[in-house]
Design a protein around this ligand. Structure first.
Ligand code: ADP
Ligand code: GN1
Ligand code: MG
Length: 349
């Protein structure tokens, strides 16, 4: 990804175009991998989130902003809190800064897992009756693991950076799991798994947690909210909210999936995700393994392609991230029986 730099003058001028004139400070903010995010504070002390949408990844920001506007108004009409768009002019947008809450990159306790999962379940619930038309499909085949494997194969074949020889263990690990990669894609195609409106990026730092109660007060980063499968949303919660270490932890002994956090997620999610059908419940534990493998495949693909997609801070950053994902997959596989049992226990309630 282009690690773009911006002058303060440029940022102030964009803020000015959105009507924010007396800028006291503006600085990079958060740790998202995709957009360029800044927090601006004006002379009155009001904070804003200024973002430059990554148009290399999102080719149609208008379609994205149209989804965001429909989704946020619908959530608000039900009394929920959501992102508030104060200004948009492709590729820039300005959001109201959500106060009294924060995001965490690494989950801090199992109660946060319960509350975050419950916030994502409510988000899906709130959007279940969004009036037609269907939301724009912002990134087609985004979570399609079969497609992600094909992209990995293409990057391996091209091997533009000569990195393939150094990742044979990771390639073997992925190759051994190809067979199960198409399970959710096939379920969606047959209709056994229904299409729903989903967030598609439910990592823990995409939900704002109340400073005092830790409750998930607002789901943010709505760029990929579009038609999808609830399973991918639950799976990505398992990937990020059960992890004992950061997504880019180098010491793999510290990286594993925690059963008590998984249990808290299942409890928090199923408390409000009453809409799930039998096929979805049946694949809930599997979805954690699958999405984690898929994100591992994506990090490896980007590593082989020369780090053009995810923001990286050093040379092997994407490879380090890929390794944590594969270690998480292994850890979930080791606990497969217990995870399946936990899902059964709470689905029966
Ligand atoms: P990316 O797509 O790059 O991940 P995000 O939209 O997730 O970008 O924003 C990055 C970070 O900025 C979030 O993880 C969060 O910490 C912070 N953030 C984004 N929007 C808001 C908001 N409206 N209020 C407060 N913080 C926000
Ligand atoms: C990106 O935007 P961010 O940092 O919340 C990515 C997700 C990945 C995640 C891995 C649009 O999420 O799909 O799961 O990184 N978003 C996009 O950490 O590709
Ligand atoms: Mg984000």
């Amino acid at each position: 990804m282009s690690n773009r730099t911006y002058t303060e003058e440029e940022l102030r001028s964009v803020l000015g175009s959105f009507g924010v004139k007396d800028v006291a400070s503006v600085a990079r903010y958060g740790s998202g991998h995709i957009n360029d995010t800044f927090r601006a504070i004006d002379a009155a002390g009001t904070s804003y989130i200024l973002q430059r949408i990554n148009t290399d990844i999102f080719p149609d920001p208008d379609a994205m902003m149209s989804n965001i506007s429909r989704v946020t108004s619908h959530i608000r009409s039900k009394g929920g809190k959501s992102l508030e768009v104060l200004g948009y002019s492709n590729p820039w947008r300005l959001y109201a800064f959500i106060t009294g809450a924060r995001t965490v990159d690494l989950i801090e306790n199992a109660n946060q897992a319960f509350l975050a999962a419950n916030a994502f379940a409510k988000f899906q619930n709130d959007l279940a009756d969004l009036p037609a038309p269907r939301l724009n499909e912002i990134l087609p085949k985004f979570h399609d693991t079969v497609n992600r494997l094909a992209l990995l194969d293409a990057a391996a074949k091209a091997d533009v950076k000569g990195r393939l020889a150094s990742v044979s263990r990771e390639m073997d690990f992925i190759a051994a799991r190809r067979e199960e990669a198409g399970r959710i894609v096939a379920g969606l195609a047959s209709g056994e798994i229904p299409e729903r409106i989903t967030h598609n990026d439910t990592k823990i730092n995409n939900v704002m947690l109340d400073d005092v109660t830790q409750e998930g007060v607002a789901v943010i980063d709505l760029d990929t909210t579009m038609p999808g499968s609830a399973l991918y949303d639950f799976g990505d919660m398992v990937r990020t909210s059960t992890a004992a270490a950061a997504e880019d932890e180098k010491d793999l002994d510290k990286v594993f999936s925690r059963k008590e956090y998984f249990e808290a997620l299942v409890k928090g999610y199923l408390k409000d995700a009453k809409f799930l059908n039998a096929a979805e419940l049946d694949a809930l534990a599997f979805s954690g393994r699958l999405i984690t493998l898929t994100i591992g495949i994506r990090f490896l693909t980007d590593y082989l392609a020369g780090d053009t997609y995810f923001r990286t801070a050093y040379d092997d950053h994407n490879l380090v991230r890929c390794r944590t994902q594969l270690k998480m997959v292994r850890s979930m596989e080791d606990q497969r029986g217990e995870y399946e049992r936990i899902v059964k226990q709470y689905s029966a309630k």
